[in-house]
Design a protein around this ligand. Structure first.
Ligand SMILES: *Cc1c(COP(=O)(O)O)cnc(C)c1O
Length: 423
């Protein structure tokens, strides 16, 4: 069976045409921080499968959890029934986040949908008809319609769907830089709040790092000030930590860089260590109490595969792995190394900015014509990176070997040199 041919004829890939106009590489297997291609090439993984494979691939403890649970009960409906893996996971998430009420679902985008619906129901239960959301410029919150409606309208796919998308209100994102000032962004927020607060149910944002919308690192203090303003106007804060959660920024959650917590939190990606699809929405006890004791009474959402026992067991194993490791030390070490090595690219005429936090190393280019060339250069040099637009970046597993990390960083540096020569 020529599965490359079948792929070409029948399979959509993310954000792609059918058949794909760009190369698609066939993967045979994975191990730790390595990707083995069908053609025999072995790539060092610099993407951790879009922020998810935080322990690298094929972890033994995760495999064991999956196998054990598969024998006992791969799936059971969650309507009217419950099980141990879900309860254990809920308790772990509550302990980690200091929030109270957990909704388990299948993907990040769905958890964002549930978060938006929950915020609307909460406001309704409080007697307020509020159907709009605030979001940051450069935001990315997922690909389903509700999630898309809170993604940056200029930076995303809004224009394709016209009136079908709900209209929301966007505010200036805080300046780039973990210590940068954010006066302008805060001022814009206050102005929009004064004008629109009666319509706004919640403010959704990715704390500290805006991911797919620009890989932008900003000052955590902004979150504290923004929450203060939201409280004043009865607006819920919704932190989308689908990308940043589980240690990517050097803290368990990015909001742990602050002294506040959100009213609503979404998590996903790293939740199962990149093994199965699962996400969650968490809220304060106040939110679930207010909805449940109102005339609305219930949270109207219930996916078929809600709280899938396999995914719960794997998530439990992944969280245990993380908590029983010196992950924070490792992440900070990786951050230091990224910073030290990538710094050199700041002098390149092609590079606009270099920024790093936790296991995330970002090189922002001045123009966006080179992603495909960069990608091919990296594969030729046996490293898997997936640049998009102006962003050439790496997110690595916390237990990546020093040799592998060095290889990724050197390849990033060489790739920019290669582009310079090509020019
Ligand atoms: C990836 C991502 C999502 C969407 O998650 P999916 O699992 O791809 O649906 C939402 N928000 C943020 C911040 C993300 O990075």
């Amino acid at each position: 069976m020529n599965y490359i041919e079948i792929d070409k004829n029948h399979l959509w890939h993310p954000y792609n045409s059918l058949p794909s106009k760009s190369p698609i590489w066939a993967v045979k297997k994975t191990k730790k921080s390595k990707i083995y291609l069908e053609d025999g090439t072995v790539l060092v993984d610099g993407m951790s499968s879009w922020w998810s494979a935080i322990h690298g691939y094929n972890n033994k403890k995760i495999y064991k959890a999956l196998k054990t649970q598969a024998k006992i009960m791969p799936h059971i409906m969650f309507g009217g029934l419950t099980h141990k893996p879900a309860s254990i996971l809920a308790k772990k998430l509550v302990d980690l986040t200091q929030l109270n009420s957990v909704f388990l679902c299948d993907s990040g985008s769905v958890s964002v949908e549930v978060a938006l619906k929950t915020a609307i129901l909460y406001q309704k239960a409080k007697g307020r008809e509020k159907y709009k959301f605030l979001a940051l410029e450069n935001s990315y919150h997922g690909d389903t319609l509700g999630a898309m409606s809170v993604c940056d309208p200029n930076n995303s796919m809004h224009s394709l769907y016209g009136d079908y998308l709900s209209e929301n209100i966007f505010v200036k994102a805080p300046n780039l830089g973990i210590k940068a000032d954010f006066d302008e962004a805060l001022k814009d927020l206050e102005e929009k709040l004064i004008k629109h607060h009666k319509d706004i149910a919640g403010f959704i944002l990715e704390p500290v790092v805006q991911g797919a919308g620009g890989m932008r690192i900003y000052n955590p203090e902004y979150l504290e000030k923004a929450k203060e303003l939201c409280l004043k106007y009865d607006i819920l804060t919704i932190f989308d930590e689908i990308a940043t959660g589980f240690g990517h920024t050097g803290k368990m959650f990015a909001f742990n860089h602050t002294n506040i917590k959100p009213d609503i939190l979404t998590i996903g990606k790293g939740l199962t260590g990149g093994t199965l699809t699962m996400a969650a929405m968490l809220t304060t006890k106040d939110i679930s109490d207010v909805i449940s004791s109102s005339s609305i009474g219930v949270l109207m959402h219930g996916p078929t595969f809600m709280a899938n026992p396999l995914a719960c067991s794997v998530a439990n194993a992944s969280i245990d792995l993380l908590l029983n490791s010196s992950w924070q030390k490792r992440v900070l070490k990786i951050e230091k190394y990224f910073k030290k090595k990538l710094e050199i690219l700041k002098t390149s005429s092609l590079v606009k900015d270099v920024r790093c936090i936790g296991v995330i190393g970002v090189v922002e280019l001045k123009d966006d014509t080179n992603a495909a060339k960069l990608q091919e250069f990296c594969v030729e040099n046996k490293v898997w990176l997936r640049p998009f637009g102006k962003l050439f970046y790496s997110i690595v597993a916390y237990n990546i070997g020093k040799k592998e990390l060095k290889k990724i960083i050197n390849t990033m540096i060489n790739a920019i040199e290669y582009l310079e020569k090509e020019k």
